[in-house]
Design a protein around this ligand. Structure first.
Ligand SMILES: [Zn+2]
Length: 146
């Protein structure tokens, strides 16, 4: 077993991707924990000041603050929902599992909210149109009831 450097979960040695967070862990060998084995790759990674190879694939998690923020944005009629849907599509195409799962959830939520907003506006416009047209709703209602 080895430990995922991103989420600290135990994963099998042969796994190249962490099943918990979707990060690429191929470069972190199990020899990392074997004291007798040389550690050239690990030292190389630790000495690098810029982004190490193993960390370029995906950042560990989408911050909860970002998720909450985009969820709130999604409640803003039309503009917010379109922004949320775009974010959702971008995240769904991301490599890590966290973004993918949040992206698909956000996409369905965004589409439902967008649909509800459209229905609400349509209903409102219908009511306004009926009122402006001078149709007497009471008359229609009475004729149906009779
Ligand atoms: Zn992980």
């Amino acid at each position: 077993m080895k430990i995922c450097p991103y989420c600290q979960n135990n994963i099998k040695d042969e796994m190249k991707k962490c099943p918990f967070c979707g990060s690429t862990v191929a470069l972190i060998r199990s020899s990392f924990y074997d004291q007798s084995a040389p550690l050239p790759q690990v030292e190389h990674l630790l000495n690098q000041t810029d982004t190490p190879i193993a960390f370029t694939q995906a950042s560990p998690y989408l911050a909860n603050g970002v998720k909450v923020f985009v969820s709130i944005i999604a409640t803003i009629p039309f503009i917010g929902q379109i922004v949320a849907i775009i974010c959702a599509i971008v995240w769904m195409n991301a490599k890590d599992q966290d973004r993918k799962s949040f992206g698909s959830a956000l996409l369905s939520a965004g589409l439902i909210l967008f649909f509800l907003t459209c229905m609400f506006c349509f209903g409102y416009l219908m009511i306004v149109a009926v009122i402006n047209s001078g149709i007497d709703l009471n008359e229609i209602f009475n004729s149906i009831v009779k």
